[in-house]
Write a protein that binds this ligand. Structure first.
Ligand SMILES: *Cc1c(COP(=O)(O)O)cnc(C)c1O
Length: 372
């Protein structure tokens, strides 16, 4: 619900950086197809604009989570190949066929519903198969592979792709990666000649063994950190500036915000900012006297959040800026060149994915840069 005025702040999405990130990942995975995961409104960046930019960069395969997202990609990029990760929603086969969406089938029920539609129309509509190699989330169980294969052979149906998903790819040395890789290879052996896909962003960065015929990066495209404990090589894509409403002096011993959880230990200067948890700035970024909270950059300087984040407002301590005072209306950086998506995630006890997908506040959204 971006406000047309832009007075509530501005989210800037750099489509040039998005395209550069896709191309950089495509280089790393040379020899495999590089898809683009655009679920959750392209990680908060806008599914229409980001899908188009990714297509211009060279992406032809897109992964949405839901049929509605698949339709949004279809409208934005008419000749894309679109997979729906959450699979075939019951009763939705006609819609998938009409929109040319490929369900990622992950249960016998989904498979049978899809095959029934194929038989009814005498058409082998493409779909992928998802095998669960260790997440206990969506996916056929490994011992269903033979049954699935038998059923497909019976009908002469060849799936578009066989895939699985890594549980611990963000920790490249986690032993579960190797275990899942071996289990996935055992599934692949039962579907000879069918393209395979295992890697998300972190899997892609972990090594060639994980690439197979297609890689499925999401977070890294949008500039987020995929692998923990390593320098993030991706270009930042989003910048959010929101306005400072008021600057005020406060005295030693006074408290800030709801619950009076932060007491000033010196005479301070505070900036009151038009941004709160209703805009995606987590309440867990509140700062009290025991535990520091999130940070906001004012005039390029990092300033701590003091007191509780409220619905529509937050307060930062700008005493360190001295006489370099911001004026009302001036923008404060929530994420951008000074404070990364992952800095904000770390401070709030979450991950960059949640910071990005929470960028739905009362601010305008605009696009800069070009994917060409
Ligand atoms: C979200 C998702 C991806 C992309 O993951 P990132 O960590 O964002 O790169 C790939 N595959 C599946 C099945 C997913 O759900």
């Amino acid at each position: 619900m971006a406000l047309a005025s832009g007075l509530g702040g501005q989210l800037t999405i750099d489509l040039g950086a998005l395209a550069r990130n896709w191309r950089a990942l495509d280089k790393v995975s040379a020899g495999s197809l590089t898809a683009a995961v655009v679920k959750a409104d392209a990680y908060g960046t806008g599914i229409t604009q980001s899908s188009r930019a990714l297509y211009t960069a060279g992406a032809r395969f897109f992964f949405a989570a839901t049929p509605d997202e698949g339709m949004a990609v279809r409208a934005a990029v008419p000749d894309a190949h679109i997979f729906v990760l959450n699979g075939l929603y019951p009763g939705a086969a006609n819609l998938y066929v009409r929109q040319n969406l490929m369900p990622v089938l992950s249960s016998m029920e989904m498979l049978e519903e899809w095959l029934a539609k194929c038989l009814e129309r005498s058409e082998a509509y493409p779909a992928a198969l998802h095998f669960d190699t260790g997440m206990n989330r969506l996916g056929f169980r490994l011992n269903e592979a033979a049954i699935v294969r038998g059923r497909l052979e019976q009908l002469g149906y060849a799936p578009q792709m066989v895939m699985s998903h890594l549980a611990c790819a963000d920790q490249p040395n986690h032993e579960k990666n190797r275990t899942q890789l071996a289990l996935f290879q055992s599934v692949m052996a039962q579907f000879p000649g069918i393209p395979a896909s295992l890697a998300n962003s972190a899997g892609l960065m972990t090594g060639r063994d994980y690439h197979f015929q297609m890689v499925r990066p999401g977070i890294a495209l949008y500039g987020g950190r995929a692998v923990t404990g390593r320098k993030n090589p991706m270009a930042p894509v989003v910048t959010l500036h929101v306005p400072i409403l008021q600057v005020k002096e406060a005295r030693t011993g006074e408290s800030v915000g709801y619950g009076a959880t932060y007491t000033l230990s010196r005479d301070s200067r505070l900036a009151i900012i038009s941004h709160g948890y209703a805009d995606g700035f987590f309440r867990s970024l509140s700062g009290n006297n025991v535990r520091p909270g999130g940070k906001v950059a004012v005039r390029g300087r990092i300033c701590p959040v003091v007191g509780r984040v409220s619905m529509d407002l937050l307060v930062v301590d700008i005493t360190e800026l001295g006489h370099d005072l911001p004026s009302p209306g001036e923008g404060a950086e929530i994420v951008g060149p000074t404070i990364s998506v992952d800095d904000q995630a770390d401070a709030g006890g979450t991950i960059g994915y949640e910071v990005l997908t929470s960028l739905k506040g009362r601010y305008g959204r605009h696009y800069v840069g070009s994917a060409d």
